[in-house]
Design a protein around this ligand. Structure first.
Ligand code: SF4
Length: 880
């Protein structure tokens, strides 16, 4: 079965955003399966649009593909429409690059981002054609493994996953691939994998069933110790980042500057499981930034970590990044800000003159509750921070809080409203239109936190507490209140601390059709309730407070922190005791230092050195590219350098790249121009755009060898040289055939388009020749078109259009192997209205979805006809 052909011929044109499934993005890796010994599919259990921003997956992809004997590909959760088509036709889910079904791989490695992706993971396994449970799998089935931030209680998914990877994946992924290469056979591979530090093979691990039914590891069993990337400077960073065609949720380079966090927020699992802090050096970050910008053409870089403001040389880091990025028109973002004015200063250094929202997460509003969670900051500091933000030009501040935290009372919830309104009041004194966005989520106690024993509030209580806030904010201008769905956190809570029996619940939900459970628009809570009833899941038992001496399903996992320390922290929380960040005070003996003394020592030393180095730092002037802020007046952006040259490129889109939308191809061309270091001219204003225009909008699924791209430049270039540079950096399926300079004053391409010539290939049908004759002889060629505006009943209306004027010529050139080849020439009529080849194919009686259309040339009128005649025609390949 040639799945790639089936997808191209029959499936991709029928699904939403086919670009999600192409696998031909720039920097995607394509190898010959015959040249490699090991094939691994890296799976992300959510849509491509969400998953492509996942840094962990990019890192593993880069590491595995650097091994000449291994090919790592990607797979994302299919959209519901693709899933339906695959199931209807009995086709397997496939890896993006090769389009091979997942059954052909040695391993499928799943990134666990949250507890609510369980049904999507089962869907991937099921669509791979494998039994859901590991005990039922065949010898030939790939091994399914999982790692990532939500892996620290692996038990709910243990019956479906052959092995788990605990901790950092950089080193262990190579060891896994080596086992796949060296060892044959399922059982032998699992035994070899179980020997590797950080790998947990549930089928080989002893378990006990307790009298209350829970299935747990024995108290005295071996423990699985997490893996650590000890030196981030030597850890792989994917400088050849995959550049998506479609705009992503986080459409930027995520440059990890440090890993781990020692702030000690008592609810935060990531902060506990990633200790100790390890940093990349300033020099290494700068080197990676330059390389990644060169290989991607991205317009934004985010300095990511759990808390970037805690980087030991953070001022120097932000300064060097801004200086590197601003001249290239690359934005810089800091996704995690601390609750102090210092953070506002850092945000101010990276922000351009578009200052929308500044986000901070106090999590709790009352000083008492902030002491419980160990986010120790006085209200006055918070207010000062917000005031500083408004003073520096932000028009709104986003505040994130949690409800349902341990020991929370109604007055703590009222404090959220009080603090929000105080921030608004302070803001309005500076900025009459200041606003506050307050978002509230519900606390879910997580394994490996001091709150792992705490109770979680149920749906009714969540709604009651949310209602308190809703009533306080009702009718208050300037406050926007957002809350998470109560069902969302409830589902997370009944799984996150569960034992192995939760697998029955997840499987029942999957079989009832649950998918994308962390998407509000897809989550079907009624089906989950049905699953809960079916398996008799005791939700109250799962949400309950645990005894401190209770055995926990994750006791066999070792994250380097002692359980006794978590107990002490829980007691300190009850007594409102603060435990300051060990990097700024002293070691609290959480346990890591006893196992990784050199790492903790180097972390503490680095923090001291950083404080010394940053003490005398003086903020440099803002780079002029970021614009000038004038208090009380509109900000001023410097004038863009004028265009001095205009170059028109003849461009093409062939193969599966035809399934990109016009907008996606435009983005891809602009990023290719950036990578080719073309000196692009930009428009003026708050949102400067490169001055790049196209001869027309290419319909989805239409190939072209005859489109044109008009680029204005701020410095003169040799068009032939730029053509070569561009060819070297375009994604697969993109063609650059030639270029020519035109005067700056020439007409816009689109206004001068006279028409286009096409080749059309479509399955032969009876009477095709006669239909061509009939069309040519007809006085009118009416077609129905949808109106863009909706009609009275909300449905788009239709109108009839006559294409007689548009059809210039149509000729049946011949037939070969059941496929007819036609030459078609269309024009834009006197009213400026064009026609689409698909409309003419429909008038002939053919099926446009089964036709292949190739635009061979765009014809221009007026001055541009002569100026662009013959551009790139030497390289014009006849369609085959
Ligand atoms: S052992 Fe001490 S220095 Fe190391 S992470 Fe824990 S508290 Fe910090």
């Amino acid at each position: 079965m040639n799945l790639a052909k089936i997808l191209a011929d029959d499936i991709l044109a029928r699904v939403d955003k086919p670009s999600r499934y192409l696998g031909t993005e720039l920097n995607s890796v394509h190898k010959d399966p015959g040249d490699v010994d090991v094939r691994i599919a890296l799976a992300f259990p959510d849509l491509y649009d969400i998953g492509l921003g996942n840094l962990g997956l990019h890192i593993l992809y880069a590491i595995l593909n650097a091994l000449p004997w291994c090919w790592a590909e990607r797979v994302y959760a299919p959209g519901l429409d693709l899933e339906a088509l695959l199931r209807e036709r009995g086709l397997p889910l496939f890896a993006l690059e090769s389009k091979d079904g997942l059954g052909a791989f040695d391993g499928i490695g799943v990134t666990l981002q949250s507890e609510l992706t369980g049904t999507n993971i089962l869907n991937i396994i099921d669509l791979a054609g494998m039994p859901l449970r590991t005990r039922d799998r065949r010898e030939s089935d790939p091994l399914v493994f999982a790692g990532g931030p939500a892996v620290f209680n692996p038990e709910p998914l243990a019956p479906f996953i052959d092995f788990f990877v605990i901790g950092d994946g950089e080193d262990v992924i190579v060891e896994i691939a080596e086992v796949f290469r060296r060892v044959r056979g399922r059982a032998a591979r699992l035994e070899a994998l179980a020997e590797i530090e950080g790998i947990y093979v549930p089928a080989l691990y002893p378990m006990e069933t307790l009298p209350d039914g829970r299935i747990l590891p024995p108290v005295d069993g071996p423990r699985i110790r997490k893996r650590l990337a000890r030196d981030l400077n030597r850890a792989t960073f994917p400088v050849s980042y995959i550049v998506p065609f479609t705009r992503q949720v986080h459409d930027r380079i995520s440059l990890e500057v440090l890993r781990g966090c020692t702030q000690g927020c008592r609810f935060c699992q990531a902060g506990m499981t990633t200790r100790p802090v390890r940093e990349r050096s300033l020099e290494e970050i700068d080197r990676l930034l330059q390389q990644t910008l060169d290989t991607t053409g991205y317009e934004e870089v985010s300095l990511v970590s759990l808390s970037t403001c805690d980087y030991s040389h953070v001022r120097s880091l932000v300064q060097q990044t801004v200086e590197r990025a601003a001249p290239r028109k690359v934005g810089v973002s800091l996704p995690s800000l601390r609750l102090d004015s210092f953070s506002v200063e850092l945000a101010d250094m990276v922000a351009d003159i578009r200052r929308t929202g500044l986000t901070v997460a106090p999590e709790a509003a009352s000083p008492r509750l902030r002491a419980v969670i160990n986010k120790w900051i006085p209200d006055e500091d918070l207010l000062r921070m917000a005031t500083e933000a408004y003073r520096r030009g932000w028009d709104h501040v986003k505040l994130y809080f949690m409800i349902g935290l341990p020991t929370e009372r109604d007055d703590d919830i009222q404090a959220i409203a009080d603090l929000t309104l105080r921030v608004l009041e302070e803001g309005r004194e500076i900025h009459p239109k200041a606003r506050v966005h307050t978002g509230v989520s519900t606390f879910v106690p997580k394994p490996f936190t001091p709150f792992q024993w705490a109770a979680q509030i149920d749906i009714d209580e969540t709604r009651r507490r949310q209602e308190i806030l809703y009533q306080r904010f009702r009718g208050k201008g300037g406050v926007k209140f957002g809350r998470h769905h109560a069902e969302d956190t409830f589902l997370e809570g009944i799984i996150s601390r569960a034992d192995r029996r939760a697998a029955d619940l997840i499987e029942a939900a999957f079989r009832l059709g649950c998918r994308f459970d962390n998407w509000d628009e897809h989550r079907d809570f009624a089906r989950w309730q049905q699953a809960i009833e079916q398996v008799g899941w005791d939700c109250a038992f799962e949400l309950r407070q645990r005894r401190l001496d209770e055995r926990l399903p994750w006791d066999h996992i070792d994250v380097l922190i002692d359980k006794e320390w978590f107990v002490e922290e829980w007691r300190r929380a009850e007594q409102l005791q603060h435990a300051e960040d060990c990097r700024h005070s002293r070691c609290h003996r959480c346990g890591v230092i006893d196992r990784e003394r050199p790492l903790c020592a180097s972390m503490l030393r680095g923090a001291i050195e950083g404080r010394k180095a940053e003490k005398d730092w003086v903020r440099p002037p803002r780079p002029p590219e970021l614009g000038v802020l004038r208090p009380g007046q509109p900000p001023v952006r410097p004038a863009e350098p004028p265009a001095v040259q205009r170059v028109v490129f003849r461009i093409g889109i062939v193969g599966v790249a035809r399934f990109l939308t016009h907008l996606e191809t435009m983005n891809a061309w602009i990023r290719a121009l950036r990578r080719a270091k073309v000196p692009l001219a930009y428009s003026e204003g708050f949102h400067p755009h490169p001055k790049v225009a196209f001869s027309g909008a290419r319909p989805l699924a239409e190939e072209t060898l005859g489109d044109f791209m008009d680029v204005q430049l701020t410095a003169r270039v040799d068009p032939a040289v730029v053509v070569e540079r561009l060819r070297a950096t375009v994604p697969a399926g993109f063609r650059v055939m030639g270029a020519r300079e035109i005067p700056l004053s020439a007409d816009s391409l689109m206004s001068a388009v006279e028409g286009a010539d096409y080749r059309v290939y479509l399955p032969v049908f009876d009477g095709l020749g006669a239909a061509v004759e009939r069309l040519l002889a007809a006085d009118s060629l009416p077609v129905e078109r949808r109106r863009k505006k909706r009609g009275r009943r909300g449905r788009p209306g239709t109108r009839t259009v006559d294409l007689r004027d548009n059809l210039v010529s149509l000729e049946l050139l011949g037939e070969d192997a059941g496929i007819a080849e036609l030459a078609m020439s269309l024009r834009t009529n006197a009213q400026g209205r064009g026609a689409r080849p698909s409309e003419i194919i429909g008038l002939l009686g053919g099926d446009p979805a089964k036709a292949r259309v190739v635009r061979l040339a765009t014809r221009f009128r007026g001055d541009l006809a002569a100026r662009l005649a013959g551009v790139g025609t030497r390289r014009l390949q006849p369609a085959s």
